[in-house]
Design a binder for this molecule. Structure first.
Ligand code: ZN
Length: 245
C-alpha cells in the first residue's frame, strides 16, 4: 500500500494544498478528503485522474471537500465516469446545503456521484480489494462531526488519518497499532477546542510519537520546528511525500 501526501496545510494556507491523501493499493486509488486544488495536486503528483474513482470524506469543511465538485465534474466530463463518494449519514443534510450553495442542484450531483451513507459512531467497511476502512467519530467543531479513518491492508499493515479533531486520548488508543499515524496539529493554544495543540500531542509516549506525522500545518512553521523534531520525536509531513507499508 502506497500513501501519497497530496497536501498537508491548514485551511488558512496561501502556499500549499490542504490536507489530503491518496491511497494506492494494487492499482486501486482512494482519495481521503478532497480539498480545493485537488485536480492540480493530483496532476503535480503525476496521478492519472481516471483512476481516482473513490473519495472518503472525513468532514464537511471546505478545506476538506472544496474540490469535490471539481473532481466529480472532471471525471464525468473527461472520462464519462462517476466518482464514488463515501460519507457518513450525519453529513447528508450539510452536503445537500453545500451543493446548493455551490449552485449545483442535488439531483444533478447524484448523476455525477454514487453516494454511500453509513450511520454509526464507529463503523468498518471491507473493500473488494481487501482493504478495511475503519471510521471513528471525533470531536472537531460543535454540532459538526468529523471522522478519523484507519486503513488496514491484507498484510496486516495499518495507516491512521486523524481528520480534524481536538486532542483525544481514546483516539490515540484506537490509532496506536498503526504503522503510520497522520495527525493534525495546531501551534496555536487558542485553537485547543477545535484542533490538537502541539503540547497535547507531545504528552504521548515516545514510541507513538515517532510514528506520528503532523498535518494541518500553517504556511509558516514556528521557529522551534527543529527543536520539536529533535526533542519530541514528532515528524512533519511534506507535500508529495510517499510512504509504502
Ligand atoms: Zn475542519
Amino acid at each position: 500500500m502506497k500513501i501519497i501526501v497530496l497536501g498537508n496545510k491548514n485551511s488558512l494556507s496561501l502556499k500549499g494544498y490542504n490536507t489530503s491523501f491518496l491511497i494506492i493499493n494494487n492499482y486501486d486509488y482512494q482519495l481521503i478528503d478532497c480539498p480545493p486544488g485537488i485536480l492540480q495536486s493530483l496532476s503535480e503528483n503525476n496521478i492519472d485522474i481516471k483512476n481516482v474513482n473513490e473519495v472518503w470524506i472525513t468532514h464537511l469543511h471546505t478545506s476538506h471537500i472544496g474540490g469535490l465538485l471539481h473532481l466529480a465534474n472532471y471525471r464525468y466530463n473527461v472520462f464519462n465516469e462517476k466518482t464514488r463518494v463515501i460519507v457518513p449519514v450525519y453529513f447528508i443534510a450539510d452536503l445537500k446545503t453545500f451543493f446548493s450553495v455551490m449552485n449545483s442542484d442535488w439531483e444533478n450531483m447524484i448523476d455525477l456521484m454514487e453516494l454511500s451513507f453509513t450511520n454509526s459512531k464507529y463503523f468498518r467497511i471491507k473493500k473488494r480489494n481487501g482493504l478495511i476502512f475503519e471510521f471513528y467519530r471525533v470531536f472537531h467543531i460543535k454540532k459538526k462531526f468529523c471522522y478519523s479513518i484507519k486503513i488496514n491492508n491484507p498484510e496486516g499493515k495499518k495507516v491512521f488519518i486523524s481528520g480534524n479533531t481536538k486532542f483525544d486520548k481514546k483516539l490515540i488508543d484506537f490509532a496506536k497499532d498503526s504503522n503510520i499515524i497522520f495527525h493534525e496539529v495546531t501551534f496555536d493554544n487558542s485553537q485547543k477546542n477545535v484542533h490538537t495543540y502541539i503540547d497535547e500531542l507531545n504528552t504521548l509516549d515516545l514510541k507513538i510519537k515517532k510514528k506520528i506525522y503532523m498535518t494541518n500545518l500553517p504556511d509558516k512553521l514556528p521557529k522551534w520546528k527543529w527543536i520539536i523534531k529533535r526533542k519530541t520525536g514528532l515528524n512533519f509531513t511534506k507535500e508529495k511525500q510517499e510512504f509504502i507499508i
